[in-house]
Structures are given as structure tokens and as C-alpha cells.
Design a protein around this ligand. Structure first.
Ligand SMILES: Cc1cc2nc3c(=O)[nH]c(=O)nc-3n(C[C@H](O)[C@H](O)[C@H](O)COP(=O)(O)OP(=O)(O)OC[C@H]3O[C@@H](n4cnc5c(N)ncnc54)[C@H](O)[C@@H]3O)c2cc1C
Length: 418
């Protein structure tokens, strides 16, 4: 019998999953329907470049339905809720979509309303959505000096290195404009370091210091006082600002909270970290930012998850045991300004280490280089033409490659004795 596969969200994860599944399953095997609330697919890594005039907003948006292969139905409607017992998705216009298998790919949303006083306006901005990064571009163009605080309110956030990249690019941007000496740059983070993993954290902290960006750690923002020009932490510490660039709290999509039994308290969907099957129902799979897996909320993670997710959907439909091989693989170019970038590559067990990716000959890891900057720029082409259409690229696989990494001395010792 033809199975009904419904995919909620037509962003990175929903699109690549639909395209990969359509290649594997005939229209007799399954119908594939993707639901999204709008028809504008944003290349989100490009949001970082918009405030600095390096990318125009229109250059990072394409029509969503055009990224889906022939034979995939696209429904442009807000998702109202899911009835996981009746196996039905309820849409905003009252329509119902019954499913045999559901894929949750509805990402993460910004939740500024969770922080007292966090309202975007003249002195408080964000670059985490298209409206925000466009408004910030206008603000930065006329910013003539003062205290600029980049603040992450709470984790998890999408692309945890993007706020650091913003600091590095701000250093470059104000240098180019000849006013760097008039701008004080501060990075205020809730973490106790620049990043969650120690080796990369040390390297990134060093870069911040080199570029004259002051770092304030364990700053848990409780209130944003736009009129008074200060961030107030729960422990009473204050950060005065002339301009605040704030990354608000993130949550899962609101419909998850309206769907009994589907999500956790933040509206993320409990997910097995290795199979990507939800733990709420066997016929619900999850990909990308919507999951609870302990990997970064990143497009690269979504891409690497896609390979295992689709294999497991095929196995589930054929009543075969699932493949528990997703290892948390993530990688990310970190733009450091002045035409350079770093690359990090890691998984659940191995933190970002120096070396090369994907093997001993390849892109340098944890080291600033022009090659990595070109890689970051080329990634946009790769995203639209290879990642979303789910084309196979030899050497770029879901399991994290170990070959090019420089392991710490104690791990080399352990490996030699295995
Ligand atoms: C500033 C910034 C920089 C980034 N830089 C990088 C980077 O350099 N490298 C990297 O790997 N990743 C980066 N990311 C992260 C990356 O973009 C995301 O992790 C990735 O897009 C996640 O894919 P997804 O499919 O889970 O979610 P999304 O691509 O966000 O898709 C979710 C979809 O669900 C839809 N949806 C949600 N709720 C509903 C509803 N109720 N009804 C209908 N539709 C709904 C949305 O409209 C959206 O289209 C960055 C993100 C940001 C914000």
C-alpha cells in the first residue's frame, strides 16, 4: 500500500529529506508532502554577512517550492497542531493531513518575549532573522562609535559560533571604516568560555583578545533595558551599551507545544541521538534544529543527520532494524575577518581538534586561512546546488572522519593499545 509521508518544515532538513526520499521511493511506494508556512527559503548562514553590507538580503532567499524535486507536494500553510494518536496534522486553514510516517523538520524559533524588556529597536538589534539583519545593516552604516555589546541570552542557539563571527567581522568592518579606535567591542556570553569545547574555546578566546574584543563570561541576561542602554544579568551585573546585538532565546516551533505528547518544555522533540527516531512515537522521525540531540543546531549537522534519517525511514517502512550510526558529526567555517576563516569538525565524542579535513590533505582545522574563507563563501553555492538537492559528494560523509585530526598525546597512546 502507498505510504503517506508528511514532512513538517521545508527549510534545510525538510527539503533535503524530501529530495533524498523521493529519489529512493517511487510514487507507488509513497506520497511525500512538505508543509511550510511560507514560500521563502532563507540561506541562514548568509544572515551574518548582511549587517556588514557583504550580502544583500535578496541574495540569500529563494522560492521554497522550487528547491523540492518533482513528485513532492508542497503545502503552504501554518501547522496548527499534530494529533499523534490519530496520526493527523491540523493546518491553519482547517485542513487535515493524515500520515503513516511523520518527519519533524520545523527547526527552532527566536523567543525574545522570554527576556524582560527585549524589544528590537534603535539601540537593540539582532542578526538572527532577515528583518533583524537588514535593520542592523542600516544601523551599522551610521554607527559612529561607542560601546557595542554582542550578547547571547541563553543556549541552545542556532550556529553557536555565529555571535563570535559577528564580533570578528565587526572588528574588520570598523577597521575598514577607519573608526575601530572609537568602537569598544564586548562579547557577553552565558558560557564560562568562548565555546563549549575546550581546545576550540581557547583558540577562539585568543582570537577575541588579539582583535581587541573583551569577553564577559557567565553573563545570564535577565533584562534588556533599551532606554537605559544596559543589559542586566540575573546576578545583578550590568553591561552598558550604545548598541546591543542580541541573540535571543531559542525554542522549538510553537505548534509542538499545542500537540499533546509531542515535545518537551521548550517545544523541542525528544529524539534518539543515534537513530533520529523520536522517542514519542516510532513513526515520527526528527531532523535538524527541532531535535533534542546533543549536537550543535547547525545546517551541517542537519545535512549529516539526513543520511542516517532517510536510511532509517526506509528501514522503518520495510520493518527492518534501525541504523544507530549518527555520531553527532558537525562542522563549521568560522569567519574571522580580513578574508580569513577557521574550520572546526567534531562529533559527540571528539571535540574540535587541529589537523586537516576531511583527511590529512584538505582544509586546515582550527587555523585561520584564506582557503577556509573561500570555503565559507562557496558554501552558499554548495547549499543550494548540492546539500538541498541531496547530491552525494565523495569524501563528505555523515560519520566524522578521524584521518586528518591531530589527536592529543594521551588519545594517541590509548589508540596504539587498542
Ligand atoms: C545567523 C545564523 C547563522 C548560521 N550559520 C550557520 C553556519 O555557518 N553553518 C551551519 O551549519 N549552520 C548555520 N546556521 C544554522 C542553520 O541555518 C540551521 O541549523 C538549519 O537551517 C536548520 O535546519 P532545519 O531544517 O532544522 O530548520 P530551518 O531550516 O529553520 O527550517 C524550519 C522550517 O520550519 C518552518 N516552520 C516552523 N514552524 C512552522 C509552522 N508552525 N508551520 C509551518 N511551518 C513552520 C519554518 O518556516 C522553516 O522553513 C546559522 C543560523 C543562523 C540563524
Amino acid at each position: 500500500m502507498t505510504k503517506r509521508i508528511v514532512i513538517l518544515g521545508g527549510g534545510t532538513g525538510g527539503t533535503l529529506t524530501a529530495n533524498r526520499l523521493r529519489r529512493e521511493l517511487s510514487t507507488h511506494d509513497a506520497t511525500i508532502t512538505v508543509v511550510d508556512q511560507d514560500d521563502h527559503h532563507i540561506y541562514q548562514p548568509g544572515l551574518l554577512f548582511v549587517p556588514f553590507g557583504l550580502t544583500a538580503p535578496a541574495d540569500i532567499v529563494k522560492l521554497r517550492h522550487q528547491q523540492l524535486h518533482h513528485g513532492i507536494d508542497f503545502v503552504e500553510q501554518p501547522i496548527e497542531r499534530v494529533d499523534i494518536d490519530a496520526q493527523v496534522v491540523h493546518l491553519g486553514d482547517g485542513r487535515q493531513l493524515p500520515y503513516d510516517l511523520l518527519v519533524i523538520a520545523s527547526g527552532a524559533v527566536l523567543a525574545p518575549e522570554e527576556t524582560e524588556g527585549l524589544v528590537f529597536g534603535d539601540t537593540v538589534h539582532t542578526f538572527y532573522d532577515l528583518a533583524g539583519s537588514t535593520a542592523l545593516a542600516e544601523k551599522l552604516a551610521t554607527f559612529s562609535g561607542g560601546r557595542l555589546v554582542v550578547n547571547v541570552v541563553d543556549m541552545p542557539i542556532k550556529c553557536p559560533v555565529a555571535p563570535l563571527e559577528f564580533c570578528f567581522l565587526a572588528d574588520w568592518y570598523f577597521t575598514e571604516r577607519g573608526i575601530r579606535d572609537r568602537v569598544e567591542l564586548i562579547f557577553a556570553t552565558p558560557l564560562d568560555a568562548a565555546f563549549t569545547k575546550p581546545v576550540a574555546a581557547e583558540r577562539l578566546a585568543h582570537l577575541l583578545a588579539e582583535k581587541g574584543v573583551a569577553m564577559v563570561t557567565e553573563f545570564n541576561t535577565g533584562e534588556v533595558d533599551g532606554a537605559g542602554g544596559k543589559l542586566v544579568a540575573y546576578d545583578g551585573r550590568e553591561q552598558p551599551f550604545d548598541l546591543a546585538v542580541v541573540v535571543p532565546m531559542h525554542a522549538g516551533a510553537a505548534y509542538v507545544g499545542r500537540s499533546p505528547g509531542l515535545g518537551d518544555e521548550l517545544n523541542f522533540v525528544p529524539t534518539d541521538p543515534h537513530t533520529l527516531q523520536s522517542t514519542v512515537r516510532p513513526n515520527i522521525f526528527v531532523i535538524g534544529d527541532a531535535t533534542t540531540v546533543p549536537a550543535s543546531k547547525a545546517g551541517s549537522v542537519t545535512h549529516f543527520e539526513g543520511e542516517v534519517l532517510v536510511e532509517n525511514i526506509l528501514r522503518f517502512l520495510a520493518d527492518r532494524p534501525l541504523d544507530a550510526s549518527y555520531d553527532g558529526h558537525a562542522n563549521c567555517f568560522i569567519e574571522t575577518g580580513f578574508g580569513k576563516a577557521l574550520l572546526i569538525d567534531f562529533n559527540y565524542d571528539t571535540e574540535p581538534l587541529p589537523g586537516h579535513y576531511p583527511s590529512r590533505i584538505g582544509m586546515p582545522l582550527l587555523k585561520e586561512s584564506r582557503m577556509n574563507h573561500l570555503g565559507k563563501l562557496m558554501f552558499q553555492w554548495f547549499y543550494w546546488h548540492t546539500l538541498l538537492p541531496a547530491r552525494h559528494v565523495p569524501g563528505i560523509e555523515s560519520p566524522m572522519p578521524h584521518g586528518g585530526k591531530e589527536l592529543p598525546a594521551d588519545e594517541i597512546h590509548q589508540e596504539a593499545h587498542v
